[in-house]
Every structure is written in C-alpha cells, then in structure tokens.
Design a protein around this ligand. Structure first.
Ligand SMILES: [Zn+2]
Ligand SMILES: [Zn+2]
Length: 90
C-alpha cells in the first residue's frame, strides 16, 4: 500500500514542484522546483507579506504546504494560530 502512496507523492512532486514557499502573513502557498528558488517572489502576491521558503534555523527547504515545524530541526516555521484561522476561512 505504501508504494502506491509514494508513487502518487512522487508524481505530484514532478507536476507541482519539489518544495513549498509560504507567506507568513496570509498562508499563501507557492510550490517551486529545486533550483527555481530565484524565481520566487520576495513578497506575497496576495498580501505583500514575507514569503518564507527555508527554515530560519537550519535553512532546510519545506516539502509540505502544511508544515508548521521544520521537518529537519523542529524549529517553528510559522504561527500555527494563523494557519488554523486560514484553514477555517477556506
Ligand atoms: Zn500573503
Ligand atoms: Zn530547520
């Protein structure tokens, strides 16, 4: 069963991009491919907030649009309260 899920995840990565950048202001998500980080906007197209594409503590990129803590070092990536309200709005 795990293999099918892995395959699906891999397909998604190829289509949508390897990594995720997040707006700290509104939770806007932008996917990008490895090496395409230079093309990311510096500010959010929706709210002009700060776009974060790497962990502030260890510089690891994010693979999940729903990440709240860094997968590599556990540092907090964004405010989970804001994340929660963003989900409820949607
Ligand atoms: Zn934003
Ligand atoms: Zn980290």
């Amino acid at each position: 069963m795990g293999k099918a899920a892995d395959w699906l995840r891999e397909e998604r990565r190829k289509v949508l991009g390897d990594w995720v950048a997040l707006c700290l202001g509104c939770g806007h998500v932008q996917r990008y491919f490895a090496g395409g980080e230079d093309e990311l906007p510096e500010t959010c197209p929706q709210c002009a907030g700060t776009i974060r594409s790497r962990c502030p503590a260890c510089d690891a990129p994010f693979a999940s649009a729903f990440a709240i803590d860094c997968e590599a070092c556990g540092a907090r990536l964004r405010d989970p309260e804001l994340f929660g309200s963003a989900i409820r709005r949607a």
